[in-house]
Design a protein around this ligand. Structure first.
Ligand code: SF4
Length: 303
């Protein structure tokens, strides 16, 4: 299967530059693996907004709005407006399919920035950049590098990233035939996320009308933003398994793996590997085109 090259925004301190507050840099295996497969654009909201490196560390402090303030702890300098206005202006020109940002940073942390409360405790929340990005594009695949160390989260993020990139590749007004082909390839991917949306999107495509694309794209993006659900994934994988006639031993092993997946004991990849094996042994044209089976380049698949 041909895969697109997603446009990926990455925090610059994740292996690209010594731009951390202390002049340091961090490595991320996930980012290293992604680099050859993506068009990477880096960002450092603090350095790019004019702050020097090294610089005093900053933290987020809850105020009585939803907008935490970013303050340097040693100098008490309030950086909120500076960093926010940079992120605001930078994001108006962005054309990306997803972002991997630095965990725990007040500027970049995705759900992992520490937001200090008036009583001195802290709660995890969004740093300034991911807060603005998710407000502008609620469907955009966003994760921090620490979250992507978990297999399930990484698989979910990468699947979404490549779906969004394929959707972008269709262009603003795709030919109805191209849209039909896209939908056919994503049939089981959609079934694994939302059988209801699969049906509705199928009806849109069946009209053969070029004007339905805007609605199709908005609805698919909403599906991308949904959390995954093991029962739905199993439902789609069982439909795909129905195309093959494995021996009784293999069938037994399949059912055992399915149960283990439902119990959270094995990753989806274990089931996909079995299906890929059956597909090699008993090639099925319709299955060969299914994104659910090959959601992203095989080099990115790891346990
Ligand atoms: S976490 Fe974000 S703001 Fe901080 S150094 Fe890294 S890229 Fe820059």
């Amino acid at each position: 299967m041909n895969h697109p090259r997603p446009r990926l925004l990455v925090s610059r301190c994740l292996g690209f530059d010594h731009c951390r507050y202390d002049g340091g840099i961090r490595s991320s295996l996930v980012v290293e693996k992604l680099r050859p497969f993506c068009q990477v654009q880096t960002v450092c909201p603090e350095a790019d907004s004019g702050l020097e490196t090294p610089r005093p560390a900053a933290d987020l402090y809850a105020d009585n709005t939803n907008r935490a303030r970013m303050v340097q702890s040693t100098t008490q300098r309030d950086l909120t407006e500076l960093v926010e206005s940079y992120c605001d202006s930078m994001s108006t020109d962005l054309d990306i399919d997803g972002a991997v940002l630095k965990a725990k940073s007040p500027s970049c942390g995705v759900d992992s920035a520490r937001i200090f409360q008036p009583d001195g405790s802290w709660l995890p929340g969004k740093g300034i950049l991911p807060r603005l990005l998710s407000r502008q594009w609620p469907w955009l695949p966003l994760a921090d590098e620490k979250a992507l160390e978990d297999h399930h989260s990484r698989h979910h993020f990468l699947s979404n990233l490549f779906v969004v990139a394929r959707l972008r590749q269709l262009g603003p007004t795709p030919d109805p035939v191209a849209l039909e082909e896209f939908h056919r390839c994503h049939k089981y991917w959609l079934m694994a996320r939302s059988p209801h949306d699969l049906k509705q999107l199928g009806r849109l495509v069946a009209t053969g009308d070029r004007d339905v694309f805007g609605t199709y794209r908005s609805q698919l993006r909403k599906v991308v933003a949904q959390p995954s659900h093991r029962g739905r994934i199993v439902n789609a994988l069982q439909h795909m398994a129905g195309y093959f006639s494995p021996g009784s031993h293999q069938q037994e092993k399949w059912q055992q793996r399915v149960q283990e997946f439902l119990d959270g004991l094995v990753a989806e990849e274990e089931l996909l590997q079995m299906l890929r094996h059956w597909q090699r042994e008993q090639p099925r044209e319709y299955i060969s085109m299914q994104v659910l089976l090959w959601p992203y380049p095989s080099n990115l698949i790891s346990k």
